[in-house]
Write a protein of this length. Structure first.
Length: 95
């Protein structure tokens, strides 16, 4: 069920239906709060909607549950088809 919803989120993004993609990305995070894939799906949808700070926040949240954060960042940057989010776009962190 998670994989099907993740794929639907991707389809929504590809069709430009960003509102539903974001809604589904948020649902994926609720369904699987320890899955980096859920946060990644949400971040991609947020990025497509030009909500960069929210996208970065979703990625940072996802990295807290990732087994190997370095590999996850590399995978995201190489598979997203776009440049990684520049450091200057990152929100201030509380720590």
């Amino acid at each position: 069920m998670f994989d099907a919803r993740s794929m639907l989120c991707r389809i929504y993004r590809e069709q430009g239906n960003l509102e539903d993609a974001i809604r589904l990305g948020e649902e994926l995070v609720r369904l699987a709060p320890t899955s980096f894939t859920a946060y990644h799906s949400l971040a991609l949808a947020l990025r497509e909607a030009d909500r960069m700070e929210d996208a970065v926040r979703a990625l940072l949240d996802g990295l807290t549950v990732a087994a190997d954060p370095t590999a996850r960042i590399t995978a995201w940057a190489s598979t997203s088809g776009r440049a990684a989010i520049p450091h200057s776009a990152w929100p201030a962190t509380p720590w």
